[in-house]
Every structure is written in C-alpha cells, then in structure tokens.
Ligand binder design. Structure first.
Ligand SMILES: [Zn+2]
Length: 145
C-alpha cells in the first residue's frame, strides 16, 4: 500500500487526481500506476485500470487470476468491473469513496448477480493519508483563480 501511496503522490504532482494502484503476484510487484487520465486524454486511465493493463502486458496474459491489487481509494464502478473481469484475487483499498465508490458504496458491484467474479475485499489501509491527499488536491484546485 505504501507503493500505491507513492504512485498517488506522483500522480498529484503531475496534476492528475492523486490515486495510485499496484498489482502484486506471489509477493512481487508486477505493475504500479497512478491516475493517467490527463496525460493520456483517456477517461478510462484510472490507476487501477492502468495498473491492470500494465500487468497483463508484462505477464502476456489476458487475466490476472491469483493477483492482488492495492489501490489508495475505493474503486469506481468502471474499475470495480475491470478488477472483476481481470479475476483479481484480493482487493486492498485505502479510503472509502461515498461519492464515487462501487465496492462498499454506490452499486456495490461485487454483491450484484451480474458480477461473476468477486475478489476478497480488505479496506481501510492508510485511509487517512489517502483521503487527506485527495482533499488537499481538490482544495488546491478550488483555490485556483
Ligand atoms: Zn476507477
């Protein structure tokens, strides 16, 4: 989770929303990314999806069965679905996101009958640091002229 936080910090410095994600297989990090939506002009380039893409490419496989994903914020609906499609084994996330989350908030994607693979979910890791980083980022944005 520390590495995910580093990715989030780096994303914030690039002007991206400070969220970071890391994919781990058998204790080794295979991919790490922050949000890249601005850099790539791609609304789907959330940290989780960027990290999943990177891991699949590196491993030369379509899915990531047995992999674990660490992300600093509760995944949104799009990312929760991508995590399911990738067959991620365990999802560890930092802060809850009551406004945009889809795991323990919103649509609670993994509890829906249309979800065919649900990861084990663990939350609350470094949640204060994750949430503070986002709050600081958005309060700075609001202060802009
Ligand atoms: Zn997302």
């Amino acid at each position: 989770m520390e590495m995910a936080l580093e990715e989030a910090r780096a994303a914030g410095k690039r002007g991206e929303v400070p969220i970071g994600a890391v994919v781990v297989v058998d204790g080794s990090t295979v991919a790490a990314s922050g949000n890249r939506t601005r850099e790539l002009n791609d609304v789907t380039a959330h940290a989780e999806i960027a990290a999943i893409r990177m891991a699949c490419e590196k491993l030369g496989q379509e899915r990531l069965a047995g992999a674990d994903l660490y992300v600093t914020l509760e995944p949104c609906t799009m990312c929760a679905a991508a995590i399911s499609f990738a067959r991620i084994r365990r999802l560890y996330y930092g802060a809850e996101d009551p406004k945009g989350g889809a795991v323990d908030n919103g649509v609670r994607f993994y509890t829906q009958p249309t979800c065919h693979h649900a990861p084990e979910v663990y939350s609350g890791f470094n949640e204060t640091e994750s949430a503070d980083m986002l709050r600081a980022f958005f309060s700075e944005k609001r202060d802009l002229p």
